[in-house]
Design a protein around this ligand. Structure first.
Ligand SMILES: [Mn+2]
Length: 357
């Protein structure tokens, strides 16, 4: 645990910050091992350069052991005032998720403090996984591979998207996961042209394209993968061509990942292929996102991100082509950056196959 706080302190030093309020419960768990869902109540970790870190909690929270100094407050206490007593004048880093109902009263009370966004100090640490985190994320992806494979065996003409999504969610738990890490996407036919379609009562017909985008939590860490296939033979004459293009764009991007490569160049590797084939306007999202304790974390694989890749990063590679009124194809893996390249965490076959008949 201490190692993670040391990394945060190093980032704070570089940012010129000597005090930082961390409020994201998953960041607090990452730094202290203590996890609480505070609902509307205040829950915050004050990280200080002098090592006098303080955890502020409501006295109804139940927590695990931690060495960090704690300040307990009750529902009728002035909890903001209790935090203010621990702050120094000058700059104060604030977590991007800290609610305005806490931040604004604190700012009104502490006129000699200048607040600024400070969550990068923690988020940049969270982006680089340690061995234990890598092990958990590999297991989460292993379960994800197994469940999508089983889902493609289960799926049959006449089933609804909802039925298939329920099968996936149930099987995550049967395979040892806590459950889905985001709303499972199952799209049939033209529904696949909406990248974030939510499963509904749409019934699977022969010739329909199928998009399944799913992920689960294993011991607090997420997986995320998309596979696209077809029910029987494709009813759309362009399906096979478009699927091959998306898969090749996915493989091309994955092939260039290694430490030192810029994230925008990985995005370009996939996007240029799709654009050259004339489908550029139909690939309307970034290539990927970072992932860890939540499905989407700080960091993305996009044309705007000139940061370079470092060992221990885990992010998605998910090109897609969405043809309104017709179908959609997305092929997504998680990749782990290694010392000299990358390891793809998903092993389920990416080629389109005929299922459900
Ligand atoms: Mn994703």
């Amino acid at each position: 645990m201490e190692d993670k706080i040391s990394r945060v302190l190093k980032n704070m030093k570089e940012a010129g910050l000597s005090q930082l309020i961390v409020a994201d419960p998953k960041s607090i768990r990452y730094l202290t091992g203590v996890y609480v869902d505070p609902y509307e109540r205040l829950f915050a970790l004050l990280v200080k350069a002098d090592g006098k870190h303080v955890l502020f909690l409501n006295n109804l929270f139940t927590i695990s052991e931690t060495d960090i100094e704690k300040v307990w407050y009750s529902d009728t206490d002035d909890s903001i005032g209790m935090i203010a007593e621990h702050l120094d004048d000058g700059r104060l880093g604030i977590d991007k998720v800290w609610a305005a109902r806490f931040l604004i009263p604190l700012m009104e009370r502490c006129r000699n403090i200048q607040v600024e966004l400070g969550s990068d100090c923690v988020d940049d640490c969270r982006a680089i996984k340690d061995d234990k985190e890598i092990e958990l994320m590999k297991k989460a992806s292993e379960i994800n591979d197994k469940v999508v494979h089983d889902a493609y065996e289960y799926i049959k003409v006449g089933m609804t998207e909802k039925e298939v999504a329920e099968f996936i969610n149930k099987h995550f738990v049967e395979e040892g996961a806590e459950g889905p890490s985001f709303t499972t996407i199952v799209s049939f036919g033209a529904n696949g042209a909406d990248p974030h379609h939510e499963p509904d009562g749409t019934v699977l017909k022969e010739g329909d394209a199928i998009v399944i985008d799913q992920g689960c939590y294993y011991k607090g860490y997420a997986s995320d993968m998309t596979r696209s296939s077809i029910c029987g033979e494709p009813s759309d004459p362009d399906y096979a061509k478009v699927h091959d293009l998306v898969r090749e764009a996915n493989e091309k991007a994955e092939s260039i990942i290694k430490p030192g490569v810029r994230l925008c160049d990985i995005d370009a590797a996939a996007r240029d292929m799709i654009t050259e084939a004339g489908y550029g306007p139909y690939f309307n999202h970034r290539l990927g996102h970072f992932i860890g304790q939540t499905d989407h974390e700080k960091g993305d694989v996009s044309s705007a991100n000139t940061d370079t890749v470092k060992p221990g990063m885990i992010f998605s590679i998910e090109p897609g082509i969405y043809l309104p009124g017709r179908f959609g194809v997305r092929v997504e893996d998680l990749v782990l950056v290694t010392e000299d390249g990358c390891e793809i965490l998903n092993h389920e076959d990416k080629h389109w196959k005929s299922v459900g008949v």
